[in-house]
Design a protein around this ligand. Structure first.
Ligand SMILES: [Mn+2]
Length: 349
């Protein structure tokens, strides 16, 4: 009898062989991931780049839009020497093959133009309509991390995983699943356990315990002060932020409040509203809930217990952010069947 896990593994072997043969001799290859990439997005891109290099001898370019602002991720990029380019600096006409990892065409969270062809998609979010038209598609929404899919490719192709790549992949799975605590499957666990002994522990510790600027702590203060509780749901507003990932970070932090089972946070980065959602139960599918919350205002999606969203365009004034907060809170509570009553304040001043 073959288990689901074995099926996944043989799929990984067949699929990775097919893409290696398809990409062989293409020349210039682009790997795109989502804007403001997280460790999983970067790890999947780096692992695919490595696979292409080892198997076809071609050096693919990794690109994305936006910034890397989260301290852990900056330490990871520096210590593990992850090389990437801003997508705005590239002439997209010069690429003969385009790969997308940890995102899909038309999701609204990547900067690759919608009218351009994408050849390969590897992702662990729900499959999007536009993705059907791509030549090679490996979308596994049940997986906790895109990094786990890429790990299977590398293993099945007998590609040696050296310390740096192992540390990148391990940290991706670790952070994306909160150490196998949310949205994970046996495949993620297998990858996590096989990668752990290959990692550089000094670098891992530096990534997970980064020194941070004082403004970083100010966001915690703002988040705590603006956290409003409606039954088991908590909404917070960070107003203007200097990097988008801080919303997800504060959402993770506020999930620890007793009695809270769902958190939705808002921040304003440049002309965009940045949303992050966390839930304690897989049944409250965060990705689907997020789509309901942003419907007609922007784009959103995610997994069972984590989701992200973008509201655009957005006027940059704090006053209209308050109005947006009210609208989003109302939509969240309606979707949860809760009343939009006066909230409790988390930390009374
Ligand atoms: Mn991911």
């Amino acid at each position: 009898m073959t288990s689901k896990n074995d099926c996944n593994k043989s799929h990984s072997e067949e699929f990775s062989t097919e893409i290696i043969e398809g990409l062989r001799g293409k020349g210039s290859i682009l790997i795109v991931t989502h804007d403001h990439p997280d460790p999983d997005a970067l790890a999947a891109a780096v692992a695919l780049q490595h696979l292409i290099l080892v198997k076809t001898g071609q050096e693919a370019t990794i690109a994305f839009g936006g910034v890397i602002g989260r301290r852990e991720n900056l330490v990871m990029v520096n210590e593990l020497e992850i090389k990437s380019t801003s997508i705005d600096d590239l002439d997209l006409d010069t690429f003969n093959a385009v790969c997308m990892v940890d995102t899909q065409p038309g999701t609204g969270n990547n900067s690759y133009p919608m009218d351009r062809r994408v050849d390969l998609v590897i992702d662990h979010h729900l499959q999007k309509e536009h993705t059907h038209s791509c030549r090679w598609v490996d979308v596994r929404p049940e997986y906790g991390a895109s990094a786990s899919i890429l790990f299977e490719y590398l293993q099945s192709q007998d590609v040696k995983i050296a310390t740096k790549l192992a540390t990148i992949l391990f940290y991706a799975i670790k952070s994306e699943t909160e150490d196998l605590g949310r949205d994970w499957t046996k495949s993620d666990r297998d990858a996590y356990l096989k990668l752990m002994p290959l990692c550089n522990n000094r670098i891992l510790h530096e990534i997970t315990h980064p020194k941070s600027s004082r403004i970083y702590f100010r966001y915690f203060e703002i988040g705590l002060k603006n956290a409003k509780i409606y039954g088991n749901a908590l909404f917070f507003n960070l107003y203007m932020i200097d990097h988008p990932e801080i919303v997800a970070e504060i959402a993770d932090f506020l999930m620890r409040v007793e009695g809270i089972e769902i958190v939705l946070g808002l921040g304003c980065y440049r002309e965009e509203g940045v949303l992050s959602m966390r839930t304690s139960h897989q049944e409250t599918h965060a990705g689907i809930l997020m789509q309901k919350v942003v419907e007609g205002l922007g784009t959103g999606g995610g997994h069972s217990m984590t989701a992200g969203g973008q509201v655009r365009p957005l006027p940059a004034a704090n006053k209209s952010l308050g109005a947006l907060e009210y609208e989003l809170t109302g939509r969240l509570l309606a979707a949860l069947g809760l009343e939009h009553t006066e909230p409790e304040i988390l930390v009374a001043s």
